[in-house]
Ligand binder design. Structure first.
Ligand code: GLC
Length: 713
């Protein structure tokens, strides 16, 4: 799909701003924005240590926007604030303005690869799987790869990442976000944005407090200001600090106002407090009003003008919406286009960039890093080629790759490797027998009983969870639980491989299986990654980004029928901690084929000011026989706080690679400001002069090291 080219591609000329020359291509305008030298060649821009919203000198951009706004008619301004309907040519578009040479946006989903409307693309593991990698640097490479494919298809905005709090495992869209913890979500989302925005504009979504599907268009989420600020917003603030180009407003209401017309969220917090420089777009058909949305700070209606057409014009004519409000929205839209150089660097269609070998190999690497080994009794895994003679692989999902949701995040790769394919390719001399069915015949039973080991591949599918579809039960379907029961009665050496985009209750069968592998929706190379873990080609390093509870009672309530719901301060591991209940598998948990020892916790200084920071160091040793990656986690608890605080919170993490026998000192810096609570009365963040306890270890419930420090008045 060729991006609409608005200009002939000629050398930039000095832009003469007389009316007759206004038809001069904007390329000259935009090239000059990049700081023309005398000969019109763009000057080198200072490299910014911190990410900057604008690649061009912002003063020049604002001046040029002044000029454009002065030239634009009201209709032209409103023409910037709406989508063009569609999708058109595989993208969601906004109109170009040929007279002024302003290009439109060409948007494509999504968080796990370029979406199906734009044709085939690399299908990466879903966001929650990537959250299990705890690797923001890897996520940065994935964001860059997806944006590269977007551009190669003529796009310039990637509708990702999803940085929502996964509040409850029944939420159908949990697979698209990175987990339940704000800090972890934020760091993964920032990784994606950094990578993607090397080539395109990212759109962090869905702002905010979207965590239910069935009622998402109407539900009113009631949430107190402290919970909003401390739990449901920090990961979006991290995205804004990473200079994300656009924010997508969610469908739901927050405290009685739809996100698309929620002034507190869009203007008070996002634009005024956080200093967001880009534009706020609506989710698709999420608008509910013209005037209220414009006054609340919603800049761009997608995908088509239901409200930002005649209705908005009427509101402007009546004075309900000042033209200044329109200018402010259009300024943000033009700033985003100019600062991301949509004209001087238009997309170049290049099919060779799509599903390139580097990208499919990256999808394999991501899947390998995302798989979590949850149980491995008697070291049944990794399978030993020298001892294992026969292996039976059971389950319909073993033979068909399970890519996850068919909603807007769906990606259509040209191939996808199912678990059975992967196992066959890694099995070597081991005889692999397949029973690609969820029911077994008497003959099958004989085969299963006779095998050295059995792999059962089951899990959730797009028919049980996805966009617009919340799950109805926490357990696997009875069909799968019955299959596991049948197989384990026939053969004790049973390994279960689970697909899914959320935590699953495993209580009915976990004690009867030897090993359990959580593979999530692992993308088009998932089957190879699963086999790499089963046969030990890869040492699993995934860690749960969500807690696996033992019962529904351990979780917050989840009511996706009511149109009014309250989100409290506690969910996930913090809720189980507070209620002093044991999860089935803790947040941050994942086994390895080696072992790690933690020692020598050092905190420096032991006392710090409210603006200071403390350096946390620990020595981590790989005491096993093979190399591995360990996610070192840092949690912090308080004593003597003036407000209710969780037992502990994740406050840092670092993934380290350790050779067998190797020790590394891991250093994590903790700023006092990271430990603040939001003081609603004072409308600000408060760092308390109290004692803080630091815990370091390999999961939320395995923290062998602890120490404390104080923050002084
Ligand atoms: C959908 C989704 C959003 C997606 C958009 C375009 O409704 O909520 O995430 O980017 O529409 O497909």
């Amino acid at each position: 799909m060729r991006l609409l080219s608005l200009f002939t591609r000629r050398r930039p000329q000095r832009f003469i701003t007389t009316p007759c020359r206004l038809t001069l291509t904007v390329m000259a305008l935009l090239a000059c924005l990049s700081g023309c030298g005398n000969d019109g060649e763009p000057a080198e821009l200072p490299s910014a240590a911190e990410p900057r919203f604008c690649r061009l000198p912002s003063a020049q951009v604002e001046t040029r926007i002044d000029g454009l706004l002065a030239e634009m008619t009201l209709d032209e301004k409103l023409g910037q604030m709406v989508g063009s309907g569609g999708p058109i040519d595989g993208t969601w578009q906004t109109p170009d303005n040929p007279r002024l040479g302003i290009p439109g946006f060409r948007m494509m989903d999504g968080p796990r690869g370029v979406g199906v409307i734009a044709g085939k693309a690399t299908a990466f593991p879903v966001g929650l799987a990537r959250g299990a990698s705890w690797d923001p640097d890897l996520e940065e490479r994935i964001g860059e790869a997806i944006a590269t494919e977007l551009r190669a298809k003529g796009g310039n905005v990637i509708l990702a990442p999803v940085t929502a709090i996964l509040r409850h495992p029944l939420w159908g869209r949990g697979q698209e976000t990175y987990g339940e913890d704000s800090l972890a979500i934020g760091r993964m989302g920032v990784g994606f944005i950094r990578g993607a925005q090397r080539h395109a504009i990212a759109s962090v979504k869905h702002f905010a407090v979207n965590s239910i599907e069935n009622t998402r268009l109407r539900v009113n989420v009631e949430i107190d200001e402290r919970t909003l600020r401390e739990i449901y917003l920090p990961h979006f603030k991290m995205a804004v600090d990473a200079q994300v180009g656009t924010v997508m407003a969610a469908y739901n209401q927050v405290n009685g106002a739809h996100c698309t017309e929620n002034k507190h969220l869009l203007t008070d917090i996002l634009k005024n407090e956080w200093g967001f420089q880009g534009l706020v777009e609506s989710d698709w058909l999420a608008m509910r009003s013209a005037a209220a949305s414009a006054l609340a700070g919603l800049d761009l209606e997608m995908p088509t003008p239901l409200f930002y057409g005649p209705l908005l014009k009427t509101a402007i004519d009546s004075g309900a919406v000042p033209v200044a409000t329109i200018d402010a929205a259009v300024r943000r839209i033009l700033r985003t286009k100019l600062c991301f150089e949509l004209d001087t660097k238009p997309a170049v269609v290049d099919p060779t960039q799509v599903e390139s070998t580097p990208h499919t190999q990256l999808a394999l690497e991501s899947a390998r890093q995302s798989i979590v080994l949850l149980k491995n009794e008697a070291g049944i895994l990794p399978f030993d080629h020298t001892r294992l003679r026969s292996l039976v692989v059971v389950g319909a999902q073993a033979a068909t790759a399970n890519l996850g949701d068919n909603g807007s995040s769906a990606v259509q790769p040209s191939y996808a490797v199912a678990a059975l394919d992967g196992i066959r390719s890694r099995a070597g001399q081991v005889a692999v027998l397949a029973i690609p069915s969820d029911t077994v015949s008497p003959q099958d039973e004989t085969t299963i009983a006779a095998a050295d080991a059995v792999v059962v591949v089951v899990g959730l599918t797009k028919d049980e969870e996805g966009e617009g579809l919340d799950r109805t039960q926490l357990e696997l379907s009875s069909r799968y639980e019955d299959l596991i029961s049948t197989v384990t009665q026939l053969n004790p050496n049973t390994v279960v491989v689970l697909h899914g985009g959320n935590a699953i209750l495993v209580e009915h069968w976990i004690n009867s299986v030897r090993a359990l592998v959580m593979a999530w929706y692992p993308g088009q190379e998932g089957g190879n990654a699963i086999a790499d873990v089963l046969f030990g080609v890869v040492n699993p390093s995934g860690k749960l980004p969500v807690v696996f509870a033992r019962s529904a009672e351990q979780l917050p309530p989840f009511d996706n029928h009511t149109l009014r719901v309250t989100y409290g301060y506690y969910h996930g591991y913090r809720l189980l901690d507070r209620n002093e209940v044991e999860p089935r598998f803790p947040f941050g948990f994942g086994l390895s084929y080696t072992r790690y020892r933690y020692a020598n916790l050092r905190l420096s200084p032991a006392a710090l000011s409210r603006t200071g920071s403390v350096q946390v160091q620990a020595d981590v040793t790989n005491t096993g026989q093979r190399a591995g990656d360990e996610v070192v986690q840092l949690y912090v608890g308080t004593s003597g706080s003036s407000v209710d605080r969780p037992v502990k919170d994740l406050r840092g993490f670092r993934k380290v690679h350790l050779q067998a026998g190797q020790t590394k000192t891991v250093t994590l810096d903790l700023a006092a400001s990271d430990l603040a609570f939001y003081d609603v009365a004072a409308k600000g963040w408060e760092v308390e002069p109290i004692r803080y306890t630091v815990y370091v270890g390999s999961s939320e419930r395995d923290l062998p090291l602890s120490g404390s420090f104080v923050i002084n008045e």
